[in-house]
Design a protein around this ligand. Structure first.
Ligand SMILES: [Zn+2]
Length: 126
C-alpha cells in the first residue's frame, strides 16, 4: 500500500512500475526515463507511453490529506479540520454555511435598524 512507502519513494515507484508493466500494450516503446535519487538509493525506469500515462493519471488524482478545498470568501486554501479559513475566518461546510447565512441576515437587520433609527447616513442598498 502507498502508506507503507511514505518515506521510500523509490520502492513505491518500483512497485508501481511492476503493477503497471503486465498491462503495457507496447512494452518496447520508450519515451524517456523517470528516476528517483533518494539518499543512499537511486533508481531509473524506462518510461513507456503506457507507464507515462499511468504516472500522469496517478499524480493528477493525488489529493493532499490537508487539501480541504478553497475558501468561498477569499479563495485561500488554508482550511483547518473544522473547515475554518485560516486567512479570512470564514466557516465552511453545512454548519459554516448556516452560521454564515445567519450572520449575514443579522448584519442586514442591524443595517436596517440603524437606517430606520437614523444613525446611519446612507440607506443600505437592496
Ligand atoms: Zn478565506
Amino acid at each position: 500500500m502507498a502508506s507503507a512507502h511514505v518515506s521510500d519513494p523509490l520502492t513505491a515507484l518500483r512497485e508501481f512500475v511492476e503493477r503497471i508493466t503486465p498491462y503495457d500494450p507496447d512494452p518496447a516503446a520508450t519515451v524517456g526515463t523517470v528516476g528517483i535519487d533518494h539518499g543512499h538509493e537511486s533508481g531509473e525506469f524506462r518510461l513507456t507511453p503506457h507507464l507515462a500515462r499511468a504516472l500522469v493519471e496517478a499524480l493528477a488524482s493525488y489529493r493532499d490529506p490537508a487539501d480541504r478545498g478553497t475558501c468561498a470568501g477569499c479563495g485561500g486554501r488554508r482550511l483547518d479540520d473544522n473547515l475554518h479559513c485560516q486567512d479570512c475566518g470564514r466557516l465552511h461546510g453545512v454548519l459554516g454555511a448556516v452560521i454564515f447565512e445567519r450572520a449575514e441576515r443579522i448584519s442586514e437587520q442591524a443595517e436596517r435598524v440603524q437606517w430606520a433609527a437614523g444613525t446611519d447616513a446612507e440607506r443600505p442598498l437592496g
